[in-house]
Write a protein that binds this ligand. Sequence first.
Ligand code: PMV
Length: 323
Amino acid sequence: MSRTSGRACGKVILLGEHAVVYGVPAIAVGIERGARATVESLESGPSRLSMPAWKVETSTSDDTNDLGRALSAILEASGIDRPVAVEAHASLPPGGGLGCSAALGVAVARALDPRAAETETAERAMAWERVFHGNPSGIDAAVAARGGCVLFERGKSDGSSVCRIDPVRVRGGITLCLGSTGRASSTKTMVDAVARLKARRPEVVAKAFEGITSLVRNARLAIEAGDRLALGRLMDLNQMLLSGLFVSTQEIERLCDLARKAGALGAKLTGAGGGGCVAALVDGAHVADQVLEAWKGEGYDGFATSVAVAEPAPSRASEEVSP
Ligand code: PMV
């Protein structure tokens, strides 16, 4: 019986979440923690999905839960019509803003078809993502599939243009502390909340998106120049604009405050907000320890991750993929 496997990384959005849904560019990095999956052929159907760590068992015949529907969607997108058993594991908190569902989607897509190209795998994982998120920008799946640091720009939702993924050259590495509010959040709910605010107060949201656009452009330059001080400030400013979109919470603000006081260069929510995680930019392991200590002192869990980013290969210098 054939057995194939796949892996994917989690992601941290450094700047640009929410605005990215409306075509503003965002910058994200892949992190080591992620997801893995294995696929085995079955004699007869239906196809099954198990996630032992979460005590989840479902199948394509169970359309009462999102995971069952996501499995059907990704099998269809991958052109698999034989029955399979999929087992998946994630080392990311679900609803934590670290791209857990996209990492699972990419790991499953890879296990289903290990030879597929990176962009194709990310597209197939989007079929899985849409079940959970409704209107995902695609940034999570793109970063889960390729890792590294990228500037991501969504294509037009009417299909008239394609997503743009630009590798960003990181000078001097990036060390982040990721702190959890302890509250899972739903990306769909938060994206819907911003959509409602946009419908009610279009001028307020347009101004925020304008601000985020220039923060992202400057952040790219700061990352390429290895100017972590500037990057930290830009992250702080992005956090202010996200608070103005009502996606921050008291816990997020507290985690950011604790991190800055412990020496972080900047801190903001990452992902959808409304709970989930905060990303704090730190210079070196010593400051990382101080930030984690400060969080722990108030009962918040966290971990540090260094983003070692590979130099982009010339053939991957810039890519466009279908939305
Ligand atoms: O919370 P996450 O990891 O699903 O990230 C969501 C990022 C958003 O910009 C809020 C939504 C999206 O699809 O890009």
